[in-house]
Design a protein around this ligand. Structure first.
Ligand code: SAM
Length: 294
């Protein structure tokens, strides 16, 4: 917490050692040290309700639609026939909300380690997750995502890793063992996407993920979205697929699939989807570096 002399409390984004920025908390709504992490929720004039875990911004009601739409509609529409989806993390249930818009999805399992996040999100993020808990396709599992993927005998068409950053309980969700286990529980044309940080600020994280994806998947890359909450420029979503063609779906086929899906969005469009894989040169170089690593 820091301030500039005014009477408001400020919450600092503490993900990076050398760069910090702070949200003014116009109202602190909830704060708790859960079994796993420090959880804070507050109102901010520009970003609405802001959730922080261990001093790292997770989701805000003002721009959650960008990340949640791009982490769900891109893999599901690229796949084209996804019926069984697995979310690892995702405790605010914003990802689940978007996945369940696809009537083609018959079964969604969400594996979240910290029940406090779900319980608290039910109350404070109902603006984007209320329908999730009434949907009988939704199955919530409280467990470590690593343990679940290592032990389940279920199979999935799409895996969405909506994790915290590779610190604390989230660290294992960036490991080789985790990615290998995910590869093993995906169906033949399965796709995994991951929350993979801001390449300008977390270059090594993306390089390492790509180097690990390629060991168990046919195709490894990333796609981008502009998310104001996550400072430092482009937000990268890791892409790992057993289908070498899925990443290259053109706007034409995506337009047909999106029209058939029959729902509105605020960020995702088929052209944004196709364009999200067009990477700036400095990010292409990070992908290339990851693919070249042993
Ligand atoms: N959109 C956010 C972002 O980009 O950082 C992530 C949102 S969601 C709140 C992240 C969730 O991952 C948290 O609820 C956290 O409890 C959960 N999580 C962290 N480590 C986990 C693990 N090993 N297994 C399952 N869930 C985990």
């Amino acid at each position: 917490m820091s301030g500039n002399g005014d009477d408001k409390r400020w919450f600092e984004e503490r993900l990076y050692d050398s760069t910090r920025y702070a949200f003014r908390a116009d109202k602190v709504i909830y704060e708790e040290d859960t079994e796993f992490q420090h959880l804070a929720l507050f109102e901010n004039e520009k970003f609405g309700r802001v959730l922080m875990l261990d001093g790292v911004t997770q989701v805000t009601t003002a721009d959650e639609f960008i990340y949640h739409e791009m982490m769900t509609h891109v893999p599901i529409l690229a796949h084209g026939a996804a019926e069984r989806v697995l979310v690892i993390g995702g405790g605010d249930c914003g990802i689940a909300n978007q996945v369940l818009k696809h009537t083609s999805v018959k079964h969604l399992t969400q594996v979240e380690i910290d029940p406090s996040v779900i319980e608290f999100a039910k109350t404070h993020f109902s603006v984007f997750n209320a329908s999730v808990f009434e949907d009988d396709r939704f199955h919530s599992v409280i467990a470590d995502g690593m343990k679940f993927v290592a032990e389940t005998d279920e199979r999935f068409d799409v895996i969405i890793v909506d994790s915290t950053d590779p610190i604390g309980p989230g660290e294992v969700l960036f490991s080789q063992a985790f990615y290998d286990a995910c590869a093993g529980i995906l169906t033949g044309k399965g796709i995994m996407v991951t929350q993979n940080g801001v390449p300008f600020m977390q270059a090594d994280e993306l390089v390492t993920s790509i180097s690990r994806f390629k060991k168990s998947f046919t195709d490894a890359s990333a796609y981008l979205a502009a998310i104001p909450t996550y400072i430092g420029g482009h937000m990268a979503m890791g892409w790992a697929s057993h289908d070498g063609e899925a990443r290259f779906r053109g706007a034409g086929v995506l337009t047909e699939r999106f029209a058939k899906a029959g729902f509105d969005t605020r960020y995702y469009t088929p052209r944004v989807h196709a364009g999200a894989f067009a990477l700036p040169r400095f990010i292409e170089e990070l992908i290339e570096k990851g693919l070249q690593q042993g």
